[in-house]
Design a protein around this ligand. Structure first.
Ligand SMILES: C[S@@+](CC[C@H](N)C(=O)[O-])C[C@H]1O[C@@H](n2cnc3c(N)ncnc32)[C@H](O)[C@@H]1O
Length: 212
């Protein structure tokens, strides 16, 4: 069997995997903003934001409701439609611009006051470190880069998800290769969070940098 085939047939592309995953149910995430985003950005003056791997738009809608103009990017059109629907329901459709990109291939143009990548994990091939380096290059002077990820695997995850690399905050910082004179590390820590749907607690890795 070649490397890109499963016993059940060819391995899906990242896009196929995520479109199918979203189509499986009407909603897969809570619709609430991520706790780390709320904690880290809640007090920040709104500007332009880029939400990478926005999913169903919980973060993008929360940001837009606080006055941010958000470019929300995902590989899945199904997810983006849900993000648009959520923005419309919240009356912020004019502040959420959805764009479909496979971030391994392309990125939105421009620079942003906030670039946020919350749980940009995929069990399909995704060059996360390279994507995060490009993300950093899109942060405007004085702006923020926020990278939030799982700090460890949960017992309820499937085997393929258990294989996804989950870097620690120092590993995220190292992989970003950012010049110290240009960036201030404001947060690099693991943080406990209550997991509403699965019950119990889960740890997040939170890295926040400000571009000088
Ligand atoms: C674990 S979900 C997180 C969704 C959302 N940020 C949240 O916190 O609820 C990962 C998201 O990344 C998206 N994604 C995966 N690979 C991608 C890629 N190569 N380019 C863009 N988005 C991708 C998926 O479609 C999915 O919506």
């Amino acid at each position: 069997m070649s490397e890109d085939t499963h016993a059940a047939g060819p391995r899906p592309t990242g896009r196929e995997y995520w479109e199918d995953r979203y189509r499986e149910s009407e909603r897969i995430w809570s619709g609430e903003p991520n706790a780390a985003l709320v904690a880290e950005v809640g007090g920040v003056q709104p500007g332009t934001a880029l939400d990478l791997g926005c999913g169903e738009g919980g973060d993008a809608v929360w940001l837009a409701r606080r006055g941010w103009r958000v470019t929300a990017v995902d590989i899945s059109e199904v997810a983006l439609q849900r993000a648009r629907d959520g923005a419309a329901r919240s009356g912020v459709a004019d502040r959420v611009d959805t764009r479909r990109h496979d971030l391994a291939e392309s990125f939105p143009q421009g620079s942003f006051d906030l670039v946020s990548a919350c749980f940009l994990h995929s069990r399909e091939d995704m060059p996360r470190e390279r994507i995060l380096r490009t993300a950093a290059s899109r942060v405007a002077p004085g702006g923020l880069l926020l990278v939030v990820g799982h700090a460890g695997h949960a017992h309820w995850e499937q085997e393929a998800e258990q294989q996804v690399a989950l870097p620690t905050p120092p590993q995220v910082l190292e992989a970003l290769h950012l010049p110290q004179q240009e960036w201030q590390v404001q947060r690099a820590e693991e943080r406990e969070r209550e997991h509403a749907s699965a019950g119990g607690h889960h740890a997040d890795s939170v890295v926040k940098l400000r571009r000088r």
